[in-house]
Design a binder for this molecule. Sequence first.
Ligand SMILES: Cc1cc2nc3c(=O)[nH]c(=O)nc-3n(C[C@H](O)[C@H](O)[C@H](O)COP(=O)(O)O)c2cc1C
Length: 406
Amino acid sequence: MLTLPFRRWFLPLTLAVVATIGLVALASVWPFAWFLAAVAAALVMLGVYDIVQPGHSVLRNYPIAAHLRFLLEAIRPEIRQYFLEDDTQGTPFARRQRAVVYQRAKGQLDKVPFGTQLEVYDPAFEWLNHSIAAKQPASEPFRVRIGGPFCLKPYDASVFNISAMSFGALSANAIRALNKGARMGGFAHDTGEGGLSPYHREHGGDLIFEIGSGYFSCRDADGRFSAERFAALAALDQVKMIEIKISQGAKPGHGGVLPGAKVSPEIAATRGVTVGVDCISPPCHGAFSTPIEMMHFIALLRRLSGGKPVGFKLCIGQPWEFLAMCKAMLVTGIAPDFIVVDGTEGGTGAAPLEFVDHIGMPLRDGLSFVHNALVGIGLRDRIRIGAAGKITSAFDIARTMAIGAD
Ligand SMILES: Cc1cc2nc3c(=O)[nH]c(=O)nc-3n(C[C@H](O)[C@H](O)[C@H](O)COP(=O)(O)O)c2cc1C
């Protein structure tokens, strides 16, 4: 069976080769055909170059559309440097921020000349207060120690990390690239709930092993949590922390399905499921069903992992449900080492539109609530808070920390 990218370039390239040969044959009776043959041969060479070049996967996957895109980009008006013309969502401030992030990602100039050019009385205009007593930039990287009193192997995490995205939702190459980036930048790379694959391990970047309701990579034949399998993976030196996924912002409470057609032998081997059969993440966990049971599960994972930091990720829904977890922490004396708050605005591999747009608290509200609840029960100093949801710039990181994230 032809793979998708192969099908996309096979026809145009074959046509170009056939045209070249045909035009060369025609040239003996029609000399102008030499010129057309040269054009067709140039297209063949361009096609071969697109396939073998390692720089732009978009050229390999969508060769014709990609050339059109690069052409339009090359001739676009200069104004696009500061505002993406096809981006009309949100305030001018948000649009300019997105444009700067886009330019940075492309290695282009990310400085904006002439200072603030926006309406400062726009309700969405945000700022941080600077200090007159400015300091030299710190020379050492910012790191945050994660690990409460019952954690034997605390982890010093970067303030900037790679949030959970599963192997299955992402390809092997994407996982490799993220983990290599994590190693180079000193970040932690969250595996996502799709299990811990060989691709997560190739480059040796720090890992947060996420386990969701499907217990992928640590499940028994019936899909239940397997302590033995979990312990074997959690013992890897590369695994620095364990994260229980309760929910994610874009589809809280939804669970998920990886369609059977996408369950390849390597995805099946990583997850511990059957090739070609729909791979289901149930909407809720089977290993615990009450806040108190959840705290005991946290203690179990901490023990099985040899004392690594254990936390959980959620998007806040009903506030009293999180308060019930806080109460369970006080009743059992067991607390997570960290909590990741995801906003409803967070990304996803796939989710129904209604969930993406309308379910769960946005990050700022959820984060502020979690921070305040932990302060209120007196556990804020031993539980670190992470955050995710449209955090794309250093300003976003600073603002999120000001609201309560570590
Ligand atoms: C392709 C993709 C796959 C994801 N897979 C998971 C996952 O397996 N587990 C999880 O907790 N969150 C998952 N997420 C959500 C992210 O971890 C994160 O919470 C969200 O993307 C943050 O929002 P942002 O994309 O606006 O930064 C996924 C997101 C994307 C885009």
